[in-house]
Design a binder for this molecule. Structure first.
Ligand code: FAD
Length: 116
């Protein structure tokens, strides 16, 4: 872990960033307008260019080119993002996440009530 008030290392930056990205998916509209869809696509493309871990950014840009960003609904975007995160998990040898549970993890809290 990064000591208090020090520059973020790749892990700390990554955890904070995934929190932001999945939280954006959690508040993305269930039925987005065409403008909302193009906004999120532009945001993700710029994010992938500017992410301040250059190897991470390069691989993420390649992923976005290969796996087109899906934005037709909240659940579609949330699943796309979950799959993108799983790609990074695989690369790092971390367990993959069950994407059918992304809304429980990032939007509603778990069905067992542990987040209530
Ligand atoms: P994280 O992977 O940060 O995940 C945080 C939490 O998200 C987990 O505890 C879990 O509850 C939940 N979660 C896990 N998987 C999913 C999923 N698929 N969908 C939804 N929720 C999930 N690090 C590198 O070393 N090399 C890289 O190339 C690299 N590329 C990255 C690219 C991007 C775009 C980002 C945002 C981060 C990248 N990272 C990279 C950082 C890396 O992904 C992790 O954030 C970091 O290693 C810390 O991992 P963690 O185990 O704390 O959990």
């Amino acid at each position: 872990a990064t000591p208090k008030d020090c520059p973020a290392d790749v892990e700390t930056l990554g955890r904070s960033t995934w929190t932001l990205l999945h939280s954006i998916a959690a508040t993305y509209p269930t039925t987005p307008t065409t403008t909302e869809q193009s906004d999120i696509k532009n945001f993700m493309r710029l994010f992938a260019k500017l992410y301040p871990c250059w190897v991470c950014a390069e691989d993420f840009q390649k992923y976005i080119e290969k796996e087109k960003i899906r934005t037709q609904s909240r659940d579609e975007f949330g699943n796309w993002l979950c799959e993108a995160h799983n790609e990074v998990n695989k690369k790092l040898g971390k367990p993959t996440f069950d994407c059918s549970k992304w809304q429980e993890r990032w939007r509603t809290g778990w069905k067992d009530g542990r987040c209530d």
